[in-house]
Design a protein. Structure first.
Length: 259
């Protein structure tokens, strides 16, 4: 993620929203403003957003945070909250520069810039040094798409095995272990949700290591896949790599043996 990056301000007070938008635009962010949680949900469901700034002490902020984090395990890291006054319960979050009082513009900007830099550092280091290369099973019934994703992951240091559909993926998972699964959603012999159902039944501890991508309706895929992360196809490749970092961490934690 580059600094500034894309930033979504979600606030139902038009004056505050405009003030925040102007502040972040002046520091290089590409800013959009949503004044209802429904508008924010539609925006987050259809396009990549690097950071979300929203109030924690207003219902709109809590609503969009709950909605976003229920659909993407990694979204909580992308939120910065503004409040009229930092309550005692959020002092630790404020110390970590995740929460800032609106009365201190410098603190708000510092929280946003600190979070943006942290995310950039995470995305620039796809693999922890000194650890074995992660093994990822890529599933797609389109040979060209499969080859393109495999090339991207290999260039990022991953060991890639490939499967051309749900049946081939299940066979691969039955015969060998991997650290994560990256699968297309719509395939000729089934869907990513069906693959997730198999994982849930046979390897439930591994479900958090599955990432799905789709060129179709993201909300429908998320509803069918349950707690599994679903990303729209065409995302910035760094977003995909970031998702796999977390999937691999979960997958390795779930494995009963060392790699």
């Amino acid at each position: 993620m580059e600094l500034g990056g894309s930033l979504l301000v979600v606030h139902d007070d038009a004056d505050v929203a405009d003030l925040l938008a102007g502040l972040f635009e002046a520091h290089g962010f590409r800013v959009e403003v949503c004044r209802t949680d429904g508008a924010a949900e539609r925006r987050l469901a259809t396009a990549r957003v690097d950071l979300v700034v929203t109030p924690w002490d207003r219902e709109i902020g809590k609503q969009i945070y709950r909605w976003a984090t229920a659909r993407s395990h990694g979204m909580q890291r992308r939120f910065v909250f503004v409040v009229d006054e930092v309550p005692a319960s959020l002092k630790n979050a404020a110390a970590r520069r995740r929460v800032a009082p609106l009365t201190h513009v410098e603190a708000v900007l510092d929280a946003v810039m600190t979070t943006a830099r942290r995310l950039r550092r995470e995305e620039e280091v796809p693999l922890a040094q000194g650890t074995p290369a992660p093994r990822v099973l890529v599933v797609d019934d389109d040979p060209d798409q499969l080859a393109a994703i495999a090339d991207l992951l290999r260039a990022s240091g991953y060991i890639v095995s490939a499967a051309g559909g749900v049946g081939a993926a299940v066979a691969a998972l039955e015969s060998s272990s991997v650290d994560a699964i990256l699968s297309d959603y719509h395939m000729g012999d089934g869907t990513g949700a069906e693959l997730c159902a198999w994982v849930r039944e046979h390897q439930p501890h591994f479900l958090g290591a599955v990432v799905l991508i789709t060129g179709g309706n993201v909300d429908e895929a998320r509803a069918a896949a349950g707690p599994v992360l679903v990303l729209p196809k065409g995302q910035d490749s760094r977003e995909l790599i970031t998702a796999l970092i977390h999937a691999v961490a979960i997958g390795r934690g779930a494995q009963p043996h060392d790699h």
